[in-house]
Design a protein around this ligand. Structure first.
Ligand SMILES: Nc1ncnc2c1ncn2[C@@H]1O[C@H](COP(=O)(O)OP(=O)(O)O)[C@@H](O)[C@H]1O
Ligand SMILES: [Mg+2]
Length: 357
């Protein structure tokens, strides 16, 4: 048995896996043709070990939120499986599944919408903690102590915020309350979906630091969903990065490797588009821009990126590439011609927390 902070885990290591998850939606407004569907996920697999972090990166509409909601049990999936500690969710009763999904809590992008405007911070935390106290056989005084403990953990002063309403708080403070509320059920994983994108730029770093801190202090794993490579890199330090495009993982590997030595043209185009790595790296000489915007690309044949990819050949137009390991490495890439391009230059300073080949 391992005790981490207030959590007790019976297994020394655990792992949450999504295996080959598929998901379609009926097109919003019925679509142009009757029965039209939107394919949000086309067989996505990820794994998130105990205390680790995964940054899920991709443009808007790629399926990131859908995957995050599926991981938390908020959205059903069409095919594939979720496996927690080796136990398949598909084989469980609804009651058993709900108990498992308690372990994964989601933090949405808009903390104001996530909080009840007529509830004080105190009430927001006390209500779920009373339920939790019943489940784990704790007293009323434990609830009070735990409210203070959780607020301290998320960097808020209980005396200052307990009686405040959401509108009395800054965006950063609100998001901290949302994180504290997620912690009331002792989760093993937090899924943060664009969790800093609606927060004032000056307060973002504080929230990213908080997520890192929770991982270090409580062993809570983080799935950080974002379109912002720099935020993803910061929040998932030392972890993995999965790059998703139109419902498929295009590249998967350790975060610094994927950013410094991307091998997939889609990852390379994302990194080319943003000044992501100020202070660590400079833009490299091989940067390029995709041939068209994502929302005009509807190709379903061959590689799903071929319509935008400047390197596409006839093969890419007809043959769908698999997500395969690169020779001799743990990196996975979905491209017929995976190869490193220097879209990011070597680190400016040696060290600096980045790896070199
Ligand atoms: N409830 C829904 N009904 C219909 N289409 C949806 C629904 N949710 C998401 N989609 C579609 O699924 C695709 C993936 O969406 P989403 O997971 O929100 O992407 P992301 O979070 O990467 O922006 C998009 O084309 C989106 O329009
Ligand atoms: Mg989203």
């Amino acid at each position: 048995m391992t005790v981490i902070g207030s959590r007790v885990t019976w297994l020394d290591t655990w792992m949450i896996e999504a295996r080959n998850i598929t998901k379609t939606f009926a097109a919003r407004g019925g679509g142009i043709l009757p029965g039209e569907v939107v394919t949000a996920l086309r067989g996505v697999s990820i794994s998130v070990p105990d205390s680790s972090a995964l940054a899920l990166i991709g443009e808007s509409g790629c399926g990131k939120t859908t995957l995050g909601r599926i991981l938390c049990g908020l959205e059903p999936y069409d095919g594939g499986d979720l496996v927690f500690d080796g136990v398949s969710m598909n084989g469980l009763s609804p009651k058993e599944r709900n108990a498992q999904f308690r372990r994964i809590q989601i933090i949405h992008q808009d903390p104001y919408a996530a909080l009840n405007p007529v509830r004080t911070v105190g009430k927001t935390l006390t209500d779920p903690l009373k339920l939790r106290a019943k489940q784990i056989g704790r007293s009323a005084s434990w609830v009070d102590e735990r409210v203070h403990e959780l607020l301290g953990l998320v960097g808020l002063d209980p005396e200052e915020v307990l009686s405040k309403y959401p509108h009395n708080l800054s965006g950063g403070q609100r998001q901290r309350v949302v994180v504290a509320r997620a912690l009331t059920v002792d989760p093993d994983i937090l899924v943060a979906d664009e969790a800093v994108s609606m927060i004032d730029v000056s307060l973002r770093l504080g929230i990213l630091k908080l997520l890192n801190d929770l991982r270090a202090r409580l062993g809570i794993a983080i799935v950080f969903i974002t379109h912002d490579v720099a935020a993803g890199r910061y929040a998932a330090q030392g972890g993995s990065m999965a790059v998703i495009y139109r419902g498929e993982i295009f590249e998967y590997g350790t975060i610094d490797d994927v950013i410094q030595f991307p091998v997939n043209p889609y990852t390379q185009s994302l990194l080319s588009a943003v000044p992501v790595l100020t202070g660590l790296e400079q833009p490299g000489p091989d940067r390029f821009t995709p041939k068209q915007a994502m929302d005009t690309d509807r190709t379903e044949s061959g590689c799903l990126f071929h319509g935008r990819c400047p390197f596409a050949t006839d093969t890419c137009r007809v043959e769908h590439p698999e997500l395969l390991p690169m020779d001799g490495t743990k990196r996975l890439s979905r491209c017929h011609y995976s190869t490193t391009r220097r879209v990011v230059a070597r680190p400016i300073q040696a060290g600096g927390g980045v790896t070199t080949p």
